[in-house]
Design a protein around this ligand. Structure first.
Ligand SMILES: C[S@@+](CC[C@H](N)C(=O)[O-])C[C@H]1O[C@@H](n2cnc3c(N)ncnc32)[C@H](O)[C@@H]1O
Length: 268
């Protein structure tokens, strides 16, 4: 699926030098079997030795895949063919490329820029609560919750996005948001630490593991919330969440998307 959040033609292949290990690992390994992608990535890496070096050192576990893709790449390609391969990869990875350009992410991603924080406040009373936001991105949910909560932990595995949120905290004198590293599959907190555990556009790769982790760190009587932003996508309710005890709340976005928000009261 193409979101067109960026025009790949305008981006340098050096964008990949800004990526974290988990992203490099995903790019080099998740699309094995998608030959067109692997062939273009091989060409782009073969002709961008600094990026190839960075990938192999940042994610040593990806080195065999990187070497294999580079070995398959044709030699002596003209510059326009190399650029075509770079643009293919940048476009295919646009949802990851925007993570390393947080201002562009805020500006171009409709789920962020068309969103109204009341949609979060309708799901729970955040007043004086201790909240964890998983995969915060540029902090859409975290900074909204911080207007009411006692403290919000904004957990985000992408370094560029953590730095973006830290700059915003400094610029806007926010004193109750703490930015931390972490993945939803392995939340770096003790059991029963938070009144509310929330996320948006993160849950879904491994429901059992992700919801088990969210349930572990939320207190008895607390809420788990999944609150996506506003977009124009037609979608069905997420049966995986509903069958795991989540209530769903539907509305149509202004751009015609089907938006479902989810909430689960946790009883331990
Ligand atoms: C589509 S963005 C959504 C950002 C934010 N939650 C929002 O809705 O505005 C997904 C975010 O999750 C982060 N992410 C990706 N994989 C993750 C994982 N396994 N655990 C936690 N966060 C993850 C990404 O770095 C990115 O910031």
């Amino acid at each position: 699926m193409s979101f067109n959040w960026i025009n790949a033609e305008e981006f340098s292949f050096n964008s990949f030098l800004l990526m974290d290990r988990w992203m490099v690992r995903m790019i080099c390994n998740k699309y094995v079997g998608w030959d067109e992608f692997c062939d273009n990535l091989g060409i782009a890496l073969a002709h961008n030795p600094s990026v190839a070096w960075y990938f192999a050192h940042k994610s040593p576990e990806s080195k065999p895949a990187i070497e294999q893709m580079i070995a398959k790449a044709p030699k002596n390609l003209p510059p326009h063919e190399i650029r075509k391969a770079e643009v293919f990869v940048i476009h295919a990875m646009e949802t990851s490329v925007v993570y390393v350009y947080p201002d562009i992410m805020n500006q171009n991603c409709d789920y962020i820029n068309a969103w109204d924080k009341q949609l979060l406040f309708e799901l729970a009373d955040f007043t004086d609560k201790v909240v964890l936001d998983l995969g915060s991105g540029t902090g859409r949910l975290a900074f909204a919750a911080a207007e009411k909560a006692k403290r919000v932990y904004a957990s985000e595995p992408t370094d560029r996005l953590r730095e973006y949120m830290r700059d915003k905290i400094k610029r806007e004198n926010v004193d109750n948001v703490v930015v931390v590293d972490g993945m939803i599959e392995q939340i770096p907190y003790e059991d029963n630490s938070f009144d509310i555990v929330m996320s948006g556009h993160v849950v879904g790769d491994n429901y059992d593991l992700e919801i088990a982790e969210m349930s572990r760190v939320v207190k008895n009587g607390g809420y788990i919330i999944d609150c996506i932003g506003e977009d124009n996508r037609k979608r069905e309710a997420d049966e995986e969440l509903i069958k795991r005890g989540f209530e769903s709340f539907y509305h149509a976005s202004k751009s015609g998307g089907d938006i479902y928000r989810y909430r689960k009261l946790v009883n331990k």
